[in-house]
Design a protein around this ligand. Structure first.
Ligand code: WT7
Length: 705
């Protein structure tokens, strides 16, 4: 089982890989029998010889006002244009066209966090009215026109998809900022996108508390004002119409309650604006390495085709499913796989307002049981949390998923197996979908009814996506070589973002410059997309994503992926979560320190520390043996649940952990610091003062957070 310890030759261009191969799991016959894609001929249809015309199959899932004349226009690389000449409206495709046959079908089922509160079922017909009325308000009260930007700072409430689709109906570009982000982060994004209107909410439930959210709008506007930008209007949805949940004062002439203003727009119908396929649909901000956030600009026709197609074949969405993607719409996952993809296919999409473990870790399974959810889609961090806090909860409830998804970070095989056996009860197929905010939809995944699953690997490229791994010199890293490199996509695809809003040079530099063969070329073959992720390609054609290219610890010239270290640590019975960080070391350059959190019922001990160190040593090699194993109460996490490695890296190195205002649990930082640094001082294990470059590196560690 353990990987043999052998000398591995590592050049700068290579990353040594120590994963062991995992066993295959096969899709259940019952799933195959009903799947949208069960004929392997689908791969033939999408093979490279048929590119780009193969994507007609995705575009044909939509209703076009005008059919396109050019599938892919490559005249201005790498600013690709898809379905040129075509016109359509995204809202019409997600709502209006389903009315004739399905108007009384639930489009959205919203589960509020308080468990005693009633679930809200919104039919396609009802959704249609809500969208039309809000679109009328945006157009006539806010004077928004096609091409204008609007920033939303909304939590997981139905008003969010209503607001998105109302914009889409008008051809107005929406930019949703994750509700958990600070007012300051929202303010920066308002300025970057030059939005004259902010749409927010008074409050929402999280962990049993009605949180004051409107106050963040005041902060956002103050930040924008400091940068010389002023907003015209703030629209405030109220969690309970008529009751105000915030202490923040409403500013006369600037702030308006939607439930009051909308009474003037009742029963108003707004014709969907027919948009060119290439018109931007929305912006989704993501953080880059430094400074200015990146507003990823997604198109209307290409994006919607891509999310509809991947929802059909990879999410296996059928119109009569009750599909539950347990993500936040504030992230791209929610845009693509709660709102646009599922609604384009006319299914029922579930939204949950709150945290997974409120009031207890059985909550998700009660929701699934009550709604009869057929599908479950979430991130490894949520799976780990539910496994840690309620490992036996799923068995208590009578739900049955046919299909489950994991997305957002590599999943440890140990956690995957729990997801499969306990959450999926061995009945559900799992797709591990690898992609990014920039991509619109999935890039790597198994086809659920066709390919076997392999824990920890996303699988091959999805249909129509041709990935390759290059080393630093641009040489192909062959399948089965056991070496990691930079995963790239050789071809354009309809869901790829069009540019970084207002930063076209950064778009080219970050994603295309590294492996561009000829900047003058108008042939897409010369413009591979650099994903900024490290990956390994096994002999069977399955990719294993090892994390961002910057998420590696270089020990004596031997690069170790944080994920492989963490997976090894988590095989120790007592360990629930693990994070690996680099510590500057005189002899070896960097050494690894491990932070682990235990499952409930276990107490920290030297013995567990030793087991973790030993586990890493046997599974990866002596070189990876951590200098210290710190057993902590919890990890510092972003609101989306990603462990903030740079914060603990800062603690281990006695450097500034950086901004912690976007953490979900900022209070944990001081207690970890106290625990670790006190002990290190006692052991005489304080590193020398770091050079500026070293300090930069530590601060930038785990940049994808
Ligand atoms: C980064 C993108 C995809 C939407 C949510 C996250 C990592 C994503 C996987 C996966 C391993 C994954 C990559 C990627 N990632 N999915 N299935 N296995 N790693 O979007 O915030 O843009 O993050 O998340 O490192 O680059 P994002």
């Amino acid at each position: 089982m353990a990987v043999e310890q052998q000398e591995v030759q590592v050049s700068e261009a290579q990353i040594a890989v120590h994963w062991r191969e995992e066993e295959y799991y096969y899709p259940p016959a019952k799933f195959i029998g009903q799947a949208n894609a069960s004929d392997p001929a689908i791969r033939e249809r999408f093979r490279e010889q048929n590119f780009p015309e193969c994507f007609k199959e995705y575009a044909d899932l939509l209703t076009w006002d005008k059919y396109w004349h050019t599938t892919l226009d490559t005249s201005n690389p790498p600013f690709w244009k898809w379905f040129v000449g075509g016109r359509l409206n995204a809202c019409y495709n997600c709502v209006d066209r389903h009315l004739a046959t399905d108007r009384n079908k639930p489009a959205l089922i919203w589960v509020p966090e308080p468990e005693a509160a009633a679930t809200e079922v919104i039919t396609y017909q009802e959704l249609y009215w809500r969208i039309n009325e809000f679109a009328a308000l945006l157009r006539d009260f806010c004077e928004l026109k096609t091409g204008d930007r609007v920033t939303f700072h909304l939590p997981m409430v139905p008003d969010l998809p209503v607001s998105m689709l109302a914009c889409a109906r008008l051809g107005v570009i929406h930019s949703e900022v994750f509700g958990g982000f600070s007012g300051a982060a929202c303010g920066e994004r308002i300025v970057d996108s030059q939005s004259r209107i902010l749409v927010t909410m008074d409050g929402y439930y999280r962990n049993g508390e009605l949180i004051d959210h409107k106050s963040k709008a005041d902060e956002a506007l103050a930040v924008a004002k400091k940068q010389g930008f002023e907003i015209d209007k703030v629209l405030v949805w109220r969690r309970q119409p008529g009751q105000y949940a915030s202490k923040s004062p409403m500013v006369e002439g600037r702030d308006f309650f939607v439930d009051e203003v909308i009474t003037d727009y009742r029963r108003r119908v707004v014709e969907p604006v027919s948009m060119p396929a290439e018109a931007p649909l929305f912006l989704m901000y993501t953080s880059g390495t430094t400074g200015r956030p990146k507003g990823c600009q997604h198109s209307t026709g290409g994006y919607l085709s891509y999310v509809a197609g991947t929802s059909k074949y990879y999410q296996d969405i059928h119109p009569d499913d009750t599909y539950w993607c347990f993500a936040d719409i504030g992230w791209i996952t929610g845009h693509s796989y709660i709102v646009y993809g599922p609604l384009a296919l006319g299914t029922t999409s579930v939204m949950y307002e709150g945290v997974p473990t409120y009031p207890d870790p059985g909550r998700p399974w009660r929701i699934a049981e009550r709604l009869g959810a057929t599908t479950f889609h979430t991130a490894p961090t949520t799976i780990r949390m539910l496994r840690k806090l309620g490992p036996d909860e799923p068995a208590k409830y009578g739900y049955h998923f046919k299909h489950m998804t994991t997305v957002g970070e590599p999943i440890e095989p140990e956690v995957w197996r729990w997801y499969h056996k306990v959450v999926g009860k061995g009945e559900a197929v799992i797709v591990d979908t690898w992609w990014q905010t920039e991509n619109g939809g999935f890039l790597g995944s198994t086809l659920p009814a066709i390919d076997p699953m392999k824990p920890g690997s996303c699988g091959p490229g999805v249909v129509g996506i041709y990935p390759v791994i290059y080393d630093e010199k641009g040489e192909v890293v062959e399948a089965g070589s056991g070496r990691a490199g930079n995963i790239c996509i050789r071809n354009p695809w309809p869901g790829i973002f069009q540019t970084i809003w207002g930063q076209p040079e950064r778009f080219v530099d970050t994603y295309y410059k590294k492996y561009c063969r000829n900047p003058e070329s108008k042939d897409w073959h010369d413009w591979p997309y650099f994903a900024n992720d490290g990956a390994v390609l096994a002999a069977d054609g399955y990719f294993r994503i090892v994390g961002r290219v910057d998420d590696v610890v270089n020990v004596a010239g031997h690069r170790l992926g944080t994920k492989e270290l963490e997976s090894a640590a988590i095989t120790v019975e007592e360990v629930a979560e693990a994070a690996a960080v680099p510590v500057v070391d005189e002899l070896r350059g960097r050494v690894v320190e491990m932070y682990v959190a235990l499952k409930p019922g276990y107490v920290a001990s030297k013995e567990i520390e030793a087991k973790v160190a030993k586990g890493i040593e046997t599974q990866i090699g002596k070189i990876a043996r951590p200098k210290n194993v710190w057993i902590v109460a919890d990890m510092p996490k972003t609101r989306s649940g990603k462990i903030m490695r740079r914060v603990i890296a800062g603690i281990s190195n006695f450097t500034d952990p950086g901004d912690i205002t976007t953490l979900a649990n900022p209070e944990i930082v001081a207690s970890i610091k106290e625990q670790v640094q006190t002990e290190k001082r006692a052991r005489g294990d304080v590193p020398r003062e770091l050079t500026a470059q070293e300090a930069e590196e530590i601060k930038a560690f785990g940049k994808n957070e």
